[in-house]
Design a protein around this ligand. Sequence first.
Ligand code: ADP
Ligand code: MG
Length: 292
Amino acid sequence: NATTTRRVDRRFRDCYRVGETLGKGGFAVVKRVTERSTGRPYAVKIMSLPPVGVEPGDNESTREDIAKEIDILCGLDHPNVVGMKEWFEEGGKVYLITELVGGGELLEAVIRRGAYGEAEARGCFASLMAGIAYLHSRNVAHRDLKLENLLLATPDDITQVKIADFGLAKRSPGGAMSTVCGTPQYVAPEVIAGTPGVVYGPQVDMWSAGVVLFILLCGYPPFYAESEPALFDQIRRGAYGFDDPAWDAVTPAAKDLISRLLAVDPAARPTASECLGHPWLRGGGEGGGPGT
Ligand code: ADP
Ligand code: MG
């Protein structure tokens, strides 16, 4: 990839001053850094590389995973996708320098508020759909969309998200992916089915987006169970509902969009561009009270 800016000539710590930890996921720690030459702030995602010739443990990415993540990120440029600057490989670690996103995880915003109002959910979801439409137009399926991987661009606007964490992303020119992956509560039914040889595509992101929109509007997940087999059973049946009183004030248009996204048949789900044309998202501006 010609755009990959992998630094071999300079050392990470000579170029960046490391600051506080911004977040942790299953595979990496992310810290704030300052570029010494310009004083500009960025984020660094630090990932451990497994020693050459050793099988990675459950919580480690393989060298191939990491190179793939970086390769994908390098080719992307969209306001709703976290931008990447350069990367270093030193001492068994990869240091990935990305745009610093200042508003925190969407998960934290939802926890703080309980749930989003409908007008704010509309703005937030529209920004997510713009990012996903861009990714899918580049034949990139994210495959791990969830509230922890969606970052708010700024602290004072809860409607602009940037999509982060491409650790599980795969290029899918033929729509062909067949590894079981993702996070249980957000995973699409066809991924759970996991039939060898069965191919699933970018529609898995649309299912996860449906889970995200559900949580945004009511503050709890559509699928929840004490055990993973029970959870997977609910997902396979598409067994969720709008019975809770939290849904009483939500418009039929919003529920319609959720039920289209949470279609068990992947082919029945709308694409991200189709979502942007859905009446609920086109209804922007007005408050979105019942009946609008
Ligand atoms: P993992 O692959 O381990 O899940 P992520 O890329 O999701 O790693 O990063 C972990 C957490 O770090 C995120 O959930 C978020 O809180 C924070 N984070 C990641 N990237 C940035 C960034 N560019 N700016 C600010 N915070 C970030
Ligand atoms: Mg993550």
